[in-house]
Design a protein around this ligand. Structure first.
Ligand code: PA5
Length: 430
């Protein structure tokens, strides 16, 4: 069973926090929004119990591993990259690519169009045994296609005209977009992104499942946790704590002027989970002059960078702490310098204990300073809990969309800059 819980006590307890009447007043709208979610049942809720995507991803992953691949380049941006990166960062060894004994090839993410990063990937990948996975739902994202064309060029140079074809996967819409045309022309392998699942809701499609399987993560456990969350939301409706959180965060923004939502994860492994969430919340809700601004932070690191602002800056933030009960690993702090009072006290404790104590201390300091904060607790950073959390936050975002009165599933605001880019780069018709 997944072990994920949500604690909003300090959104109510702090001075200026939410009152019972705020929560009572919004309850009918929250119930309506939750009813709409369960009625319309958007694609992301269906994914955890759809076997087809896991099976297809595992099949391709087995093929990649059986080919003695040394490198796997995941090409994609936005929703086609952030979920897989979050999973890799959370669940694989921090130095996965350098481990002598890995459960899969080295993994590289070609996300931005920065030539320095792509050149660096090409510097270290062994092109003779590299696979490339091109992930774009639309099949026309300039950044992704440019990265692909460069990698393809490098592979053609290393292997000849057709060598790259057996080691290329296109993860895209089943029918629409240019990748389908290229795949048909060159007989390339494809994995589907379901048409009714948008990029930032797609981590549990082959977008996230293939790289997870390739690096040896437990895809079944990920989906099991996700499925448990869907079941809980169906059973508990507007009482599910993630759904309650939609109302809490919506009210903190619209009724209390806290229009910045900081996700502060007390685990390095979760920094990219915060980045995934930032995109989910920002791109889904930032419309029609509405939406709160999400921001990612890491504890304890950002206690020495941003906490001063959170404690004494403008009262415009909600700090959402992500706390992990069981650390992935721990280290004892050996006793030393016992005569030095500012150092000696650390000996005999452990690093995970210090991290957790600092997390509790930050929450207490924020609360005592009247700074609203909430906590998401994970029993451990594992596949099952992350699967649960992905769905919980996706559902929360979708319900928040209804409360704000915006469509959480589109992103019209990113079109204008795309058009300018196409025009400057000479794309016909722009
Ligand atoms: O969430 C989204 O829909 C976007 O962030 C997309 O994932 C991003 O723009 C990349 O799109 P595509 O997968 O079509 O290349």
């Amino acid at each position: 069973m997944a072990n994920v819980s949500f604690d909003y006590e300090n959104l109510v307890e702090v001075e200026g926090g939410l009152k019972d009447e705020d929560l009572n007043n919004i309850q009918p709208r929250l119930e309506e929004a939750t009813g709409e979610l369960l009625q319309s049942y958007p694609g992301f809720l269906r994914l955890p119990d759809t076997r087809e995507y896991a099976e297809a991803s595992i099949r391709v992953s087995d093929e990649i591993k059986n080919s003695s691949a040394t490198d796997f380049i995941h090409v994609g941006i936005g929703g086609s990259a952030l979920g897989p990166i979050a999973l890799h960062r959370a669940l694989n060894h921090s130095y996965y690519n350098q481990l002598p004994e890995r459960l899969g090839p080295r993994i590289h993410f070609a996300e931005n169009t920065d030539p320095a990063t792509l050149s660096a990937i090409l510097d270290v990948a062994d092109l003779e045994s590299t696979w490339v996975n091109v992930v774009t739902k639309s099949g026309s994202t300039a950044e992704t296609m440019a990265n692909f064309l460069v990698i393809r060029g490098a592979l053609v140079e290393a292997l000849g005209d057709f060598g790259y074809q057996h080691r290329t996967v296109f993860t895209t819409d089943p029918e629409e977009g240019y990748l389908n045309q290229i795949a048909a022309r060159e007989d390339l392998k494809k994995l589907p992104i379901p048409p009714d699942v948008g990029g930032r809701f797609s981590v549990l499609t082959p977008v996230g499942l293939l790289p997870a399987a390739v690096t040896g993560l437990d895809v079944e456990a990920l989906l099991r946790g996700a499925s448990e969350c869907v079941r809980d939301i169906r059973d508990q409706g507007a009482k599910h704590p993630a759904i309650v959180g939609a109302a809490m965060h919506y009210l903190m923004d619209t009724a209390r002027g806290r229009n910045i939502r900081v996700m502060m994860a007390y685990a390095d492994a979760l920094d990219r989970l915060a980045a995934w969430f930032v995109q989910l919340w920002a791109e889904s809700l930032g419309k029609d002059g509405k939406g709160s601004t999400p921001h990612g932070a890491v504890g304890t690191t950002d206690q020495h960078s941003q906490l001063q602002l959170y404690m004494e800056g403008p009262q415009d933030k909600v700090i959402e702490i992500v706390q992990v009960e069981e650390p992935q690993r721990d280290l004892d702090i050996p006793p030393a310098y016992e005569d030095l009072e500012g150092v000696g006290y650390l000996g005999g404790h452990s690093m995970a204990e210090l991290l957790n104590v600092e997390c509790d201390a930050t929450r207490r300091a924020l609360t005592e300073a009247g700074r609203p904060n909430s906590t998401i607790r994970l029993g451990a950073v594992n596949e099952e809990n992350l699967g649960y959390l992905f769905v919980a936050l996706e559902a929360q975002t979708a319900v928040a969309g209804s409360l704000y009165g915006v469509n959480a599933f589109n992103q019209p605001g990113v079109e204008a800059s795309k058009q300018f880019t196409y025009s400057r780069m000479g794309r016909p018709g722009y």
